[in-house]
Design a binder for this molecule. Structure first.
Ligand SMILES: Cc1ncc(C[n+]2csc(CCOP(=O)(O)OP(=O)(O)O)c2C)c(N)n1
Ligand SMILES: [Mg+2]
Length: 293
């Protein structure tokens, strides 16, 4: 596999949004490069969620790339462990993981296994795989941080399929009961579960109304609109009331690579060998044109 450098940011674009657009592009690109190593994977999710990860790692989170266990860091809990490829891409882009390890994705003894594992990977706070546990763990972490007077935030990242899990709703009511203002839950509403759209499996709608009813400060935004995502992250962090915060993010699977976006069975994508470089070329071209991706 050829690992070429990403296209540089078009000259003269210095504002925050342009920087985040560049972050999102590079996260998508690293994810595609890892996908090529295995020939398959949760690529449509990574492309769809890259804008959210760009705002998280490119703007919102406090962390030290050279000290991933720094006590003052904001915790980012990847509850949907199968999104690890997306998270690794963000960790590589933010300097927490070296880009040279990208080639090891999914291999035996790699620090980048297919599902997120806290014991393997710097920057991976929890082990995923069994869905529905990130929020309850995040509640415990947020309580502990508050107890220790540590001002760090806990960001939980979860998928719409996880809304099917009872443990999520136990966590949701515990968070309001304990008034956890240092807890921000991010939900990737990509309208997909393993076997199809939630409306045909077990719907989590109307999502925003449900979270609001549970007492959360709730926002719902287009998760591929960087400005909207940025604003929502800011409001979530600086909201004054002592209540937990949730952002319902409507994303489009495969975003930034139109021919992957159009695939129907996109929970686990199998991509032809020659299509990976084609996908990277589409992404590069869109980026140079100044479009999303
Ligand atoms: C507790 C649990 N139940 C079932 C699974 C099997 N599983 C793996 S991914 C997945 C889909 C969950 O929905 P979502 O994360 O929204 O899917 P995506 O958006 O990635 O297509 C399921 C059911 C699991 N990992 N854990
Ligand atoms: Mg989903």
């Amino acid at each position: 596999m050829e690992v070429k450098e990403a296209t540089t940011t078009p000259a003269g674009r210095t504002d925050v949004l342009e920087k985040l657009r560049d972050d999102a592009y590079k996260i998508r690109r690293y994810a595609l490069q890892m996908g090529e190593v295995q020939g398959q994977g949760y690529i449509a999710q990574a492309l769809g969620y890259a804008d959210v990860l760009a705002v998280a790692y490119g703007h919102a989170l406090n962390y030290r790339a050279d000290d991933p266990t720094w006590e003052g860091r904001d915790r980012f809990l990847l509850s949907h462990g199968h999104y690890a490829i997306a998270h690794y891409a963000a960790l590589i882009h933010s300097g927490i993981l070296p880009a040279s390890e990208l080639e090891t994705y999914g291999a035996d003894d790699s620090r980048l296994p297919m599902s997120g594992m806290a014991s393997y990977t710097p920057g991976m706070e929890i082990s995923g795989g069994s869905l529905g546990h990130g929020l309850p763990i995040g509640v415990g972490m947020a309580l502990a941080l508050r107890q220790k007077a540590n001002p760090a935030f806990v960001y939980v990242s979860m998928s719409d399929g996880e809304l099917n899990e009872g443990s999520v709703w136990e966590g949701a009511q515990s968070a309001t009961h304990h008034r956890l203002a240092n807890l921000i839950n991010l939900i990737d509403m990509n309208n997909q579960q393993a076997d199809g759209p939630p409306a045909q499996i077990l719907s989590g709608e109307p999502a925003a109304k449900r979270w609001e009813a549970f007492g959360w400060y709730t926002q719902e935004v287009d998760g591929n609109d960087l400005q909207a995502v940025y604003d929502a992250f800011e409001r979530a962090r600086y909201h004054k009331a002592t209540q937990p915060r949730v952002i319902v993010l409507r994303t489009c699977m495969g975003h930034g690579v139109d021919f992957l976006e159009a695939r129907e069975k996109n929970h686990f994508l199998r991509v032809e060998e020659d299509e990976w470089q084609k996908a990277i070329a589409v992404l590069d071209a869109n980026h140079l044109k100044g479009e999303q991706g």
